[in-house]
Design a protein around this ligand. Structure first.
Ligand SMILES: [Zn+2]
Ligand SMILES: [Zn+2]
Length: 241
């Protein structure tokens, strides 16, 4: 089965995410864009995962649940899970690894936890946009221990990607790498022979959902089937719905 996937999306829970990025609005926009499967990857929190699960069910979309983690070296990494509960478990752990720095909504943006009807349930008090105290080499093991899939995010960006922050790609980066769509040919020539490359939108606004997607040919829709497919290179990045 083939799934057109965008597994890097931010909701209104991310301080940098637009307030109209509610889980229900994301699912509607993803369906309209022609995606088959999406993942919610807010910074260091999966508190909108339950609403996202309900919204994706309503739109008949496949869903994964996760987050984007910022390491102590300021490298962004994705962690993807099968269930909201698994993602929430890692999110609870990560919250305590962030500096105890309060969010200032007027300056940094709102961090809204919402329900499936866009009702605001809570505002997260600690700023989620900071770096954790976890090092890059700790993350693959941590994500695996929670049952998740680890993917270094936008490795080729001028900041917050592993190449920019470390100047090299350490072995801990693992076999699957997210790259930006416009640099895909260059990244393919550098890493395509030894790694699986994926492109996702990293959307913070509704209009950007699906701007980059990856077609994954998996035996079914589960994290383990997707992992197997990615490891077997049954993935075509650089697509738009
Ligand atoms: Zn990022
Ligand atoms: Zn992101």
């Amino acid at each position: 089965m083939k799934f057109l996937c965008d597994f890097h999306l931010h909701s209104c829970l991310s301080p940098c995410g637009s307030l109209d990025m509610s889980p229900s609005a994301i699912a509607r926009a993803a369906k309209k864009a022609g995606l088959d499967a999406i993942a919610l990857t807010d910074h260091h929190s999966a508190l909108n995962a339950p609403a996202f699960a309900a919204a994706c069910r309503r739109e008949d979309l496949h869903a994964l649940y996760g987050m984007e983690i910022c390491t102590a070296e300021e490298i962004h990494c994705l962690a993807l899970f099968d269930t909201p509960e698994a993602a929430l478990g890692l999110g609870t752990f990560l919250y305590d690894r962030l500096p105890d720095f309060p969010n200032i909504p007027d300056k940094l943006g709102d961090q809204a936890v919402v329900d499936e009807s866009d009702g605001v349930l809570d505002l997260v008090p600690r700023y989620l946009g900071n770096a954790t105290d976890l090092s890059f080499i700790q993350l693959p093991g941590l994500v695996a221990a929670h049952g998740g899939l680890f993917i270094p995010a936008h490795i080729d960006r001028p900041a917050f990607g592993v190449l920019a922050q470390l100047g090299l790609l350490p072995p801990e980066s693992g076999p699957i790498l997210e790259v930006t769509r416009h640099r895909l040919p260059e990244m393919q020539s550098l890493y395509g022979a030894s790694r699986t490359l994926v492109t996702f939108s990293d959307a913070h606004r509704l209009a950007d959902i699906g701007r980059a997607a990856t077609l994954i040919e998996a035996d079914g829709f589960s994290l383990s089937a997707l992992r197997d497919a990615l490891l077997a290179r049954r993935a075509t990045p650089g697509l738009r719905p």
